[in-house]
Write a protein that binds this ligand. Structure first.
Ligand SMILES: CC(C)(COP(=O)(O)OP(=O)(O)OC[C@H]1O[C@@H](n2cnc3c(N)ncnc32)[C@H](O)[C@@H]1OP(=O)(O)O)[C@@H](O)C(=O)NCCC(=O)NCCS
Length: 162
């Protein structure tokens, strides 16, 4: 299950993954154009990679990118949906349709958590909408509910040295 660090040239892939995360239910609630024009969504990716950003990309054995997870420090003035504190990076995760259910999501999360544990953050956060089965993945990795934002849970993971 190859996973590598995300770099600047992965920006297009990360935008595709952000779109998948926004449209997680399968309903096309957002188009790529709407997402790119949405200032709230842009907070997760504009300027990638910004100082402090870190991420990972999953590839097939043939080297085709099929998913990504990344995390970014956000601010109380311009928070993400899962904002907890400015020193807690918020992560985004997605695997492209047609490649799900094969372990890429779990491998991405494990790699991202390892990367986070090597940095200064003591905690990771995320937001998961009610009904998204991704919550089971997060819970199995140790994330716990830390709050609510609209129809979503904010979840956090305390990082420890692996
Ligand atoms: C969530 C997502 C990244 C999981 O990636 P994946 O490669 O399909 O996940 P994996 O094959 O590694 O499975 C990991 C776990 O996810 C859980 N899971 C995730 N989506 C699931 C679904 N639709 N149905 C059932 N279980 C699901 C399972 O509990 C599975 O557990 P297991 O490892 O014990 O089998 C992927 O389904 C996706 O991109 N969904 C749309 C975008 C999204 O929801 N992003 C997260 C927003 S918070």
């Amino acid at each position: 299950m190859p996973v590598r660090p995300a770099v600047a040239r992965d920006a297009d892939l990360l935008w595709r993954v952000l779109l998948e995360a926004y449209n997680w239910s399968g309903e096309q609630r957002f188009s790529a154009g709407q997402l790119a024009a949405d200032p709230y969504a842009a907070r997760y990716l504009v300027g990638w990679p910004r100082e402090g950003d870190f991420g990972v990309v999953a590839e097939t054995d043939a080297g085709e990118p099929v998913g990504a997870a990344w995390a970014r420090y956000l601010t109380a003035d311009e928070p993400g949906y899962g904002f907890v504190a400015p020193d807690v990076p918020e992560l985004t995760l997605g695997v492209l349709p047609g490649h799900r259910g094969r372990g890429h999501g779990r491998a991405l999360m494990e790699a991202l958590i390892r990367a986070a544990a090597q940095g200064p953050a003591t905690c990771l956060s995320l937001s998961v909408e009610d009904g998204n089965p991704a919550a089971r993945l997060y819970t199995s990795l140790g994330f716990t509910r830390a709050g609510r934002n609209g129809g979503s849970d904010t979840m956090v993971l305390a990082l420890r040295t692996l």
